[in-house]
Design a protein around this ligand. Sequence first.
Ligand SMILES: O=c1ccn([C@@H]2O[C@H](COP(=O)(O)O)[C@@H](O)[C@H]2O)c(=O)[nH]1
Length: 273
Amino acid sequence: MAPFGARLTTAVSVRGPLCAGIDPHPGLLEAWGLPVDASGLERFALTCVEAMAGEIAVLKPQSAFFEAFGSRGIAVLERVVAESRDAGALVLLDVKRGDIGSTMAAYAQAYLADGSPLAADAVTLSPYLGFGSLAPALDLADRTGRGVFVLAMTSNPEGAQVQRALSDDRTIAQAMVDEAAARNAGASPLGSTGLVIGATVGDSGLDLAKLNGPILAPGLGAQGAGLAELRTVFGGALRHVLPASSRDILRHGPDVKALRAAALRVRDTLPVH
Ligand SMILES: O=c1ccn([C@@H]2O[C@H](COP(=O)(O)O)[C@@H](O)[C@H]2O)c(=O)[nH]1
């Protein structure tokens, strides 16, 4: 498989930069008239796939909402990953994993190894056991043509306590940017080590000039960010940003056409890369 950074670049050039989340909140299942159980989860998630996987560049299932239903939820997640990819979308599985290196190797096998039932195109990772602890996942992603998005400055206000703290005259978040930039150096058209920087963070103080990798920007819609916030946060780096939105799109279901139209409306307001 070609490297994730190259596959993402192509997907965005064809389908636009939107990353649409599949977050089966219990309240959304109810709003769609579905039971809050594994059968409702399955109907919800596969409706999202039917509506969006043929049009949107990146779909981001939020693993927590599937895990909440145990093994049946995980089985639904496996179908979401496989059927989204079959329909041409890239799948970014939002799992935010992070652990000591030896355990990280097992998470890497689960999400980034060829042939694993939950293998996605990319996953989110948490570096707060140290960026270096993620090496087994970053290395396996490189070997299998997959990608990672490492949390740098998250969209929730509590993140600032850790991520804006100073260490050696730079913020912890900037340290994550610099680590990712080192992994991406020399990659063309784009490296496969991405970052998560919320669209809600305001003046981040981050220097993204050398990142050469994709940026997932959650916070569009339900968390209050719009185009103006994307411009403020990312400036010249906007061309590498995947703005992400979940609830603000999903509330337009369960009608497939209405859901698709909502996703396309959001996508078509975003700056073209
Ligand atoms: O910094 C972060 C990292 C991840 N997320 C995830 O994105 C979606 C946001 O959903 P909305 O409904 O659009 O608010 C959700 O899965 C989060 O876990 C984030 O919000 N911020």
